[in-house]
Ligand binder design. Structure first.
Ligand code: UD1
Ligand code: UDP
Length: 379
């Protein structure tokens, strides 16, 4: 069997590592994987570092699409992916998540009848102003095999008309849907001990044995709307001042480009002068694991970081108005605070009090999602 895998944005490179590793370790004689990098993310610390660190083979193709408007970026990817699919004639195109690279792959493959495998299917925010929501709905409805990491995702698919009882042979008109756990959980389990041995991020940041918060902010409606971005950073300023606990914030390039433009000048200056707010470039995956494992709690608008907080037993304060990972909130290990200063402050206080007593029941599978996916693809 031949598959073409599309990667492009940082989280997709990370997610792809799990299936790629499983194929190489267990199914190398049965599955040949061709990797296509769209080039959506291209800075070394947003792309190559993950390929190297997670042991993913160098991509067979790089479309070098780079940044641009949704239309320009997606159109360029569709053209490039179509050309590769026509040449490689794979049995499946494998897509991850909900980025523009995912959407481009779905459009390119479905029009020339290459069956699509969508990993991380069924997740919904029910907020169609998010570009990701459009991307995931379109990808799911063009797919032949849909793998959902959570029961919520699986049930969303059923509500949209997918049939849980479909049998082989599967097709885009007769797709197979599966609840199989999360490939990101596979990765977190696999890389946890490697991170402990190899990452020196805590030493580099002089945080060994110290309390600290971790934060990530990159969602377009947070970075591009000055009111929201100011509210988030005002809260960070206040929390660090009142608790005297440092906050580590590896900055996504989108955010670092917009910080000066969209923050009030006085706040921008305060943040830069606040020694407790540690703005650093994006970190590698192994460094991120060590930060997640050792922080007190996380503030984030990232999908992946919400989940990893959970994998490593840390509460997540979710800087969004909703989440696709609603189980985390339902079991009390995450709180949706949007960019409401009062909610951010009270969630921080709450988790600081109860953080150590929280329980993290199994939600994301058994760490073998990638193996299930490989076996299901082979039939
Ligand atoms: C994209 C995904 C989002 C995902 C995120 C993961 C879409 C619509 N959005 O958002 O779902 O959560 O990736 O990180 O696909 N930039 C650089 N260097 C890079 C990459 C980006 O400087 O290597 C800057 C550029 O100014 C670019 C901006 O970041 O315009 C945004 O990049 P883009 O890939 O368009 O969207 P993300 O916000 O990264
Ligand atoms: N990540 C990382 N370094 C960072 C920030 C995030 O390795 O500086 C990892 C994080 O551990 C997770 C993934 O990137 O595996 C999440 O990607 P991101 O937040 O960019 O996108 P999202 O998950 O929201 O789509």
């Amino acid at each position: 069997m031949k598959i073409v895998t599309i990667i492009g944005a940082r989280p997709q490179i990370i997610k792809a590592a799990a299936l790629s590793r499983t194929i190489r370790n267990k199914f190398a004689t049965q599955i040949k994987e061709i990797i296509v990098h769209t080039g959506q993310h291209y800075d070394a610390n947003m792309s190559q570092v993950f390929i190297d660190e997670l042991g993913i083979p160098q991509p067979d193709y790089n479309l070098n699409i780079g940044s641009g408007s949704h239309g320009v970026q997606t159109a360029g990817m569709i053209t490039g992916i179509e050309e590769i699919l026509l040449k490689e004639k794979p049995d499946y195109l494998v897509l991850y998540g909900d980025t523009n690279s995912t959407l481009a792959g779905a459009i390119a493959a479905s029009k020339i009848h290459v069956p699509i495998v969508h990993i991380e299917a069924g997740l919904r925010s029910f907020n169609k102003s998010m570009p990701e929501e459009i991307n995931r709905i379109m990808a799911d409805h063009a797919s032949t095999l849909l793998f959902s990491p959570t029961l919520t995702g699986f049930n969303n698919l059923i509500k949209e008309g997918f049939n849980r009882d479909n049998q082989r042979p599967y097709s885009a008109d007769h797709p197979g849907i599966f609840h199989c756990g999360d490939v990101m959980y596979d990765n977190s389990l696999y890389f946890e001990t490697i991170a402990r041995d190899k990452s020196d991020v805590l030493q580099r940041l002089v945080l060994e044995g110290k309390a600290f918060y971790l934060a990530t902010v990159h969602r377009d409606n947070n970075t591009d709307q000055p009111k929201r971005l100011n509210a988030i950073f005002e809260s960070f300023q206040e929390i660090t001042q009142s608790t005297q606990i440092p906050l580590v914030l590896p900055l996504h390039p989108r955010t670092s480009k917009l910080l000066k433009k969209n923050l009030e000048p006085a706040l921008y200056q305060q943040i830069n002068q606040n020694k407790l707010i540690r703005l650093i470039p994006p970190v590698s995956f192994l460094d991120m694991i060590m930060l997640e494992k050792n922080c007190q709690l996380l503030f984030t608008d990232s999908g992946g970081v919400q989940k990893e907080a959970y994998f490593f037993g840390k509460p997540a304060i979710i800087l969004r108005s909703e989440t696709e990972w609603k189980e985390i909130v339902e079991v009390g290990c995450g709180r949706i605070v949007n960019t409401d200063r009062d909610k951010i402050m009270s969630a921080c206080k709450h988790f600081q009090q109860v953080g150590k007593t929280l329980e993290f029941p199994i939600i994301f599978g058994d760490g073998k999602a990638a193996e299930f996916i490989a076996k299901t693809m082979m039939g």
